[in-house]
Design a binder for this molecule. Structure first.
Ligand SMILES: Cc1cc2nc3c(=O)[nH]c(=O)nc-3n(C[C@H](O)[C@H](O)[C@H](O)COP(=O)(O)OP(=O)(O)OC[C@H]3O[C@@H](n4cnc5c(N)ncnc54)[C@H](O)[C@@H]3O)c2cc1C
Length: 388
């Protein structure tokens, strides 16, 4: 039996009822028109204050989110820890714009770092750069445009929010994952994150940027980052993903007359992704890698390469991550076999995490094979339990 085929390990933390609910949910998600209608209804109902929160909670929310607060999520953290899977608390409220909401987001992230530091099962805290600064400002800095006096002051506040998180993470012995979003704000984020790596990643990697390997230029970015880390004496923390904003990237590139930054096909993205982790493994003294993927083939390939190069399964600079509610067969089997596996645990008030939930529902509907695979695994485990 192949490593990820063991459904008994994959679903050990799920009661029979939870297994049935997951099966039912993925069957609904497999239905594309239903997901489309369902998301519109949910958005409308929440905006109109109709009493649908309970329904959303009992269905998609409880499957893909760990709770409405960080404290509530600790129950899930304990369940994961029971199977040696680490947790990454992910405050998933999106769309902050005003200074007051940006400061509010910072308060939540700092509180999450504090809480996470109390548990040895939560090594990372994650945040989205757009939670700390206005999108338009990131865009202007990315385009190297001159900033007004107010914008310069606002940009310094963005930088200070990053510094506040890094300072606290360093004090508390925590690591940070900084998510990647749209490519046209990434140059500004790189500016800050590389500065933070230079300041905080001296002895160990605290700060991790995210490299979306569906971007054509990302492999050369990683190579340049390695050179910079080597020259300046810091460790480059990198979360490696394929990338989640493909459609939007294509649309925006078309409207603005830019060339499309996305690889020409899935195969080219896969190849770029595999080249990236190979490059990082070859240069592991300069990197800390968080491998964020639900792709079995890439995960099998990297663990085979680790064995080939005699890299220990629990190497302190090699982490694996999947999203809560997805690909349990990868996370739990990796952890069972001694790898450092983790789950992103999104949390927040139901109405505020709706954009995240919609992305998950749409992703599972559209990503070829993903829902089918989840359904097959759940079905296999249902049968196994019936027989045993
Ligand atoms: C722990 C974790 C953290 C994450 N953090 C981020 C983040 O910070 N930012 C972010 O953007 N995403 C993030 N993601 C999502 C990630 O980028 C992918 O969307 C998702 O994981 C699906 O990719 P996959 O590697 O699991 O595998 P697969 O299902 O094999 O790959 C699907 C991906 O391949 C790419 N792809 C599909 N079709 C094509 C095509 N025709 N041409 C080119 N490329 C194509 C797309 O990136 C698509 O998402 C994260 C995922 C995980 C598991």
């Amino acid at each position: 039996m192949k490593l990820f085929d063991n459904t008994e390990i994959a679903f050990a933390s799920k009661s029979d009822a939870a297994l049935e609910r997951a099966f039912f949910l993925f069957r609904l998600i497999a239905n594309q028109p239903l997901v489309k209608i369902g998301t519109h209804i949910a958005q409308f109902a929440l905006k109109s204050h109709l009493p649908v929160e309970g329904l959303i909670r009992a269905s998609v929310f409880d499957h893909f989110c760990s709770g409405s607060t960080a404290e509530e999520s600790l129950q899930v953290v304990d369940v994961l820890a029971g199977q040696k899977v680490y947790a990454v608390l992910d405050y998933s409220v999106e769309g902050a714009k005003e200074e007051i909401s940006l400061d509010d987001c910072l308060t939540h992230i700092l509180a999450t770092i504090e809480l996470s530091a109390q548990s040895e099962n939560i090594p990372f805290t994650v945040f989205k750069p757009s939670g700390f600064g206005a999108f338009e400002l990131y865009e202007k800095v990315s385009l190297n445009k001159a900033l007004t006096k107010q914008e310069t002051a606002a940009w310094e506040r963005v930088r200070q929010r990053f510094i506040a998180c890094c300072d606290l993470a360093q004090k508390k012995g925590m690591k940070l994952l900084i998510d990647a979003e749209e490519s046209w704000i990434q140059p500004a984020i790189n500016l800050i994150v590389e500065e933070m790596m230079g300041l905080y990643n001296r002895e160990t990697a605290i700060v991790h940027t995210t490299a979306q390997m569906y971007l054509k230029e990302k492999l050369s970015y990683l190579k340049a980052l390695k050179d910079k880390a080597e020259a300046e004496g810091f460790i480059a923390g990198v979360k490696l993903v394929r990338g989640a904003y493909m459609e939007k990237e294509r649309e925006v590139a078309e409207t603005r007359g830019w060339s499309n930054p996305i690889c020409s096909s899935k195969e080219v993205t896969d190849n770029n992704f595999d080249q990236a982790w190979k490059f990082i493994l070859e240069n592991l003294t300069h990197f800390s890698l968080y491998f964020g993927s639900h792709n079995e083939k890439s995960t099998y390939a990297i663990i085979a390469a680790m064995a080939e190069n005699q890299i220990p399964k629990d190497h302190p600079q090699l982490w694996f991550g999947q999203l809560y509610g997805m690909s349990d067969h990868i996370s739990f089997n990796l952890a069972h076999h001694g790898y450092k596996a983790s789950k992103y645990l999104p949390f927040g008030p139901v109405k505020d995490v709706l954009p995240y939930l919609i992305r998950r529902a749409e992703e599972n509907t559209s990503v070829a094979g993903q829902t089918v695979r989840e359904l097959e695994l759940l079905q296999k485990e249902r049968k196994r339990r019936k027989i045993s």
